[in-house]
Design a protein around this ligand. Sequence first.
Ligand SMILES: [Zn+2]
Length: 470
Amino acid sequence: MKLYNSMTRKKEEFVPIEPGKVKMYSCGPTVYNFFHIGNARPFIIFDTLRRYFEYRGYDVQFVQNFTDIDDKVINKANAEGVTYDVIADRYIKEYFTDAKGLGIRPATVHPRATETMDAIIDIVKKLVDNGHAYAAPNGDVYFRTKSFAEYGKLSHQPLDELQAGARISVGELKEDPMDFAVWKAAKPGEPSWESPWGQGRPGWHIECSAMVNKYLGKTIDIHSGGKDLIFPHHENEIAQSECANGCTFANYWLHNGFLTIDNEKMSKSKGNFFMVREAAEVYGYETIRMFMLSAQYRSPLNYSEESLMMAKQSLARLYTAAENLQFLLDHQTGDVMTETEQAKAASFDQYRQKFIDAMDDDLNTADALAAVFELVREINTAVKDPNCTHAFVQTCFDRMMELCGVLGLVDHLEKKTIDSEIEDLIAQRTAAKKAKNFAEADRIRDYLLNEKGIIIKDTRQGTQWSYKES
Ligand SMILES: [Zn+2]
């Protein structure tokens, strides 16, 4: 499998640290609100990457954090007159509601910053001890950016260029404008934790470094997030972790491209900033997932009514095909495929291969979806044969669901049950035929066809029915 590594700016063959295992870390949400549509993209993409690794037989350890202490969380708590944890608990719960809807599986671990305080203090202590960080007189602790010669290697910016843009804000007791806070001294009225530098709370970047250490180790295979996190967040994570541990932090850095809304950058001031929850109410969660997978993850992706409607239709095509197969599974017989069917089933391998080739090429979900639709088209045609065997239909269904499952699609397939009225009518028609009342039998058959869209077929096994194709 090849993955584009933001660090080397190349597609590279993925080689795990330990054969058969993947250690992945993805930056999660700050829990002070519902998550917005732009954030849904990395969550869906990296969930898909994890699913694909599992499909290819890897044992995946996937960690995604919750930033539950931060200015935004504190401000929201103050505005509502509650403690920070009330806000955090509420929006962690809402995260899981939206994530479930979007088919995003829970990570192996979802650490919270406030529950990782020991590991955070440990790493800050290490950095202070080895001179890469220092405590200011007021209790803030800063990372000494210039002490890390490789700073800027992920964002490919030379240190002196970065330096030109750096400023010291009023009240910050930094040695150098480039330095950043790893620990913040407590301000009056704010939640705080005990540390060797007095009461305080962690800076944002340090929690990810500490959580990677705690749950995955010093070096991980993949670190991922939105492109907007490359600088300064991921750059700072690298500086902290590599200076604390003296080894490479992550072997592959994956970043998804931006989502635009009606071809404009998403922003609160433009009024095009909205939550997944709102979009799901209009289009449904799974449509949003289908939409996010319709482009390769590094490409820009534009959210518009048109693109969402297209995703909705594509998804409906998959559901229609799957429901038709389920229906046929209930009605076709024959445990052994015919030779023709066996040949057909073997020909489906090419679509699986296309799917794998696309996913192996830096997770190209757009091409992988195209392979799924080619397979579905072939299946739809193949099962039109009224004599196709149950065994063949089962194979078609399994093949289709195998690939959809990797993408987390067609996750809400429900078995369509024939309603009892139709069952009754079919029984009445059978009775009428037995009594040689053919006029009545025909009337019921026509009623089912014209009013219910049900086609009746008399076979040696009894009466079978199917939905009329619309
Ligand atoms: Zn992070």
